[in-house]
Write a protein that binds this ligand. Sequence first.
Ligand SMILES: NC(=O)c1ccc[n+]([C@@H]2O[C@H](COP(=O)([O-])OP(=O)(O)OC[C@H]3O[C@@H](n4cnc5c(N)ncnc54)[C@H](O)[C@@H]3O)[C@@H](O)[C@H]2O)c1
Length: 383
Amino acid sequence: MNVGNDRWQVRTQRPIGYDVIKTPDLFDADNGTLLRFGRHAGGRRFVVVDGNVARLHGAAIRGWFAHNGIDARVVVFPGGEEHKNIEIYQDILRELDVFPIHRRDEPIIAIGGGVLTDVVAFVAATYRRGIPHVKVPTTLMGYIDAALGIKAGINFNGNKNRLGSFEPPAAVLLDKRFLTTLPARHLRNGVCEIVKLAVVCDAHLFALLERDGAHGIATAFQDARGDAILDAAIGGMLAELEPNLHEDELARKVDFGHSFSYGLETRHEQHLLHGEAVLLDVLVSTVLAKRRGLLADADAERVFALVERLGLAPDPGLLDADLMWQSLRDRIEHRNGRQRVPVPSAIGECVFLDDIRPRELDAAIPALHAHLKAHDEPTLERR
Ligand SMILES: NC(=O)c1ccc[n+]([C@@H]2O[C@H](COP(=O)([O-])OP(=O)(O)OC[C@H]3O[C@@H](n4cnc5c(N)ncnc54)[C@H](O)[C@@H]3O)[C@@H](O)[C@H]2O)c1
């Protein structure tokens, strides 16, 4: 629109809409959920599958496309943080570029953990300036967190998710049967993100975890008790994400556990998983809040007791004050000049801090050691 002699204004809005759909046994021959996205009569699909998922579920996935008469090009790429890089991103693009698909009605399909869905979503965001994609998370991390939102990206130059974009999917299809083959460490990794959400956003979810969390882990969340936890986690996460999909608001509750963990995850020689690093940050932040008098002692105790009950076994020996401080400095850039560190103020609630100093962080680490040690020592009843 012309608004004067020397200026035109461009203002527009594009609505975002996608569904997150629970659909058990997605690749059973008679499950038609995937058929709802894009044309299928004579259609083609570019399908990217995580290597372990292909090994364990590849026959069912290929069989489903064959059964439904869809010409699918299934390519397999490894998961794991070390593969979330520009080389894999380019390799997927090269494969895609030699398999012609319609730009609008043949969505590419990502089947894998958070690494694979983040990378494929970035491929979808950039190929031909954007093509549709469907995400099928196969890890707990993906199921309750990574696949639900619109963030896409790859690691770059030694930094996590340094290249990326916001790219809404055409749909997110949740089939929790995939969780039955997930290694226990990766199941616990996802549980760490559920704990994070519960501590600062959802007292009800926290209570569910206290009651049924250990059972959920033991049964890969396959029964009704596990379902209740997953549903609450997904609903809670989407409630936080939906009003702020593009992160216009930089003080985000879901960033709890993501202020000091960044360096622990990317730089630590122990190669912590994302959720494992987040859990350490959750506990340090809980100690910070308690030491400031923002969080009641009893609530802090509930957090430590829950982590113990779930068998998450965080190792405070991995905490490195320098790495954690560097992480926070990087987060200050990311959060546009302020710390905006979420810390719990009650179970299910949080406040944001902007004035953490290195000395306070240094003091929190031995305090956390002491807390965890106290929880390790058998109480009178447990002896
Ligand atoms: N986009 C977001 O908003 C968002 C949010 C949270 C986390 N993330 C990202 O998610 C990533 C971590 O995701 P992740 O924990 O799923 O890791 P991952 O994708 O590396 O998967 C973990 C491991 O599980 C294997 N695997 C996947 N599904 C399996 C199955 N059903 N059975 C057996 N093995 C299976 C994979 O091969 C891999 O070895 C990180 O890069 C993190 O940054 C993104």
